[in-house]
Design a protein around this ligand. Structure first.
Ligand code: GLC
Length: 542
């Protein structure tokens, strides 16, 4: 009998549509309201697929959670993993989304939230009903709290009056943590994956993958005396007060990730896993691929978002990533995310355009947050309209400013919802007149047109989609430059991170393929590449 042997890592290296894709994070409630209730939904997303695949030209959409949920954490508090929250649609709408996306060649990535559920999930209601409940140990219970602090602020432990024990919640107290050491829970959660895979999803974004396993002895975390607070991570000060060594990153989590991966591999079509793994050094990040590339396909690297916008720091961080990347593995890259301040707010509009060139030309799979293609800024949200419960906690920092509605046009509600819709779930941008899809499509110098040019260039360039670095990123005089190549296709990328003119040595002839200043496109260059202030260019070296 022939025995099926595991595929060697080297043979896996070239497989997977996701290595050549650009992923778009649409953040469902914020993208487009299809039924006029003021909240983005699946019908709104379906109506936007032509924009994504045609106008913009991305390859995959990461939808954001749409499962049954009390929506205290934007749907990351799930009360039924296989049901759809009515505000977003129905199971039939999900099926229509998959069909309509696939008809356009777009892949669909959905969220998988394995670390916790809502406290309204039937599993938790049973677990908390009695100490003898058969589902008691599907969650983590303790007689006494330890010192762990929550991402949302305060202790991770909540006292349960009825059964006189504490339960663990790494986020809001309404988000109890699941116990992945319990085999039945494990099997039930793996079946959730199968449910969505059967329906045809192309992959999962695994929420807080680094938190799946905790120290089984629940030992205290040591205090953080280094004061390494990160300005780009909207963490609660309580959370930043200690080193989170025992409440996350337990080595046993890799066994769970292998099991998750095995389930994906049961299905045809290269279903992908993207793991949210928060800031950590590159060596630890690399562990998430697994020694045999048998864990997460694409561990999401936050480090790039968190790197100071400075040529030397960027050269260092990309070198760190490439040195740590296991043989045959491929990185995913992002400069924006629904949990962080927006790109244009962090860098300013001029450098946000430079960042677009970086994101779409570095070696890796880029992920683009909705609205970043327009240069959307964080929008202040008055306290009475805030939705993010993390932000409403004492001392909390709100993520609402990042999550305001996608501006489609300059009309009422920015085209996000019909004019007669009730108050929108979050206010629209105060810059609606210029920061919207319709206006920017008509303006050759707009941010959206820059993204389109870059995405079109990338789609037709083997070097940019798949090529290696012929010269890795290096910093010089406030500029970052690198060369990527695949066969005869060679592209030099040069970014001026300063507000002054700069020159980058070229040493050969080329043609500007895309510049942040569109009038330079097609310009012949040789020897020295002059860069205008805040300019980034991709040069075709032919
Ligand atoms: C992830 C999500 C974030 C959510 C948290 C808890 O970090 O990106 O939005 O609040 O997990 O599920």
């Amino acid at each position: 009998m022939t025995q099926l042997l595991p595929m060697p890592a080297s043979d896996r290296a070239d497989r997977g549509w996701w290595r050549r894709a650009v992923i778009y994070e649409n953040h469902l409630p914020s993208f487009r309201d299809g039924n006029g209730d003021g909240v983005g939904d699946l019908d709104g997303l379906i109506a936007s697929l032509d924009y994504l695949s045609g106008t913009l030209g991305v390859d995959a959409v990461w939808v954001g959670p749409f499962f049954r949920s009390p929506l205290l954490d934007q749907g990351f508090d799930i009360s039924d993993h296989t049901g759809v929250e009515p505000v977003f649609g129905t199971l039939a709408t999900v099926d229509r989304l998959l069909e309509a996306a696939h008809a356009r060649g777009l892949k669909v990535i959905v969220d998988y939230v394995p670390n916790h559920t809502s406290d309204q999930h039937p599993w938790f209601l049973q677990s908390r009903s009695a100490r003898e409940s058969p589902k008691r140990d599907w969650y983590v219970w303790a007689d006494a709290p330890n010192n762990w602090t929550s991402e949302a602020g305060g202790s991770v432990w909540e006292w349960d009056e009825r059964t006189e024990q504490y339960y663990l919640h790494s986020h809001l107290k309404e988000q109890p943590d699941l116990n992945w050491r319990q085999p039945e829970l494990r099997a039930a959660m793996l079946d959730v994956l199968r449910f969505w895979l059967e329906r045809g999803v192309d992959g999962f974004r695994i929420d807080v993958a680094h938190m799946l396993m905790k120290d089984p002895l629940l030992r205290d975390n040591p205090p953080d005396t280094g004061g390494e607070s990160n300005p780009y991570d909207l963490q609660h000060a309580d959370f930043a007060s200690q080193l989170h060594v025992n409440d996350r990153m337990h080595p046993d989590l890799h066994g769970v990730l292998r099991e998750i991966r095995k389930v994906l591999d049961e299905y045809p079509g290269d279903r992908v896993s993207i793991g949210e793994v928060e800031a950590m050094d590159w060596a630890r990040w690399a562990e998430f691929f697994g020694p045999e590339l048998d864990q997460i396909h694409l561990p999401f690297a936050f480090k790039l978002i968190e790197t100071p916008w400075e040529a030397g720091a960027l050269a260092e961080v990309t070198a760190g990533l490439d040195a740590a990347l296991p043989d045959g593995a491929w990185p995913i890259l992002a400069l924006g995310n629904h949990d962080r301040p927006r790109l244009a707010t962090r860098l300013g509009r001029a450098q946000a355009r430079v960042a677009a060139v970086l994101l779409l030309t570095l070696r890796g799979t880029p992920t683009l947050l909705y609205g970043d293609e327009l240069g959307l800024l964080d929008q202040e949200v008055p306290r009475e309209r805030q939705r993010d419960c993390f932000g409403l906690m004492e001392g909390g920092v709100s993520r609402d400013p990042t999550r305001t509605p996608m501006p489609w046009n300059a009309g009422p509600n920015g085209g996000f919802a019909p004019a007669d819709a009730p108050e929108l779930w979050l206010p629209v941008s105060s810059e609606l007149a210029t920061i919207n899809v319709e206006t920017q499509l008509a303006d050759a110098r707009s941010s959206l047109r820059l993204y389109r040019r870059l995405l079109a260039l990338r789609a037709g360039s083997p070097a940019l989609r798949a090529g290696d670095y012929a010269r890795p990123p290096r910093a010089d005089g406030g500029c970052l430059s690198y060369v990527r190549e695949a066969g005869a296709d060679r592209k030099l990328v040069a970014l001026n991170l300063t507000g002054e003119e700069r020159a980058v040595a070229l040493g050969e002839r080329g043609t500007v393929a895309v510049s942040t200043d569109p009038e330079r496109d097609g310009e012949a260059v040789r020897d020295q590449l002059r860069l205008r202030p805040d300019e980034a260019v991709v040069v075709d070296l032919g």
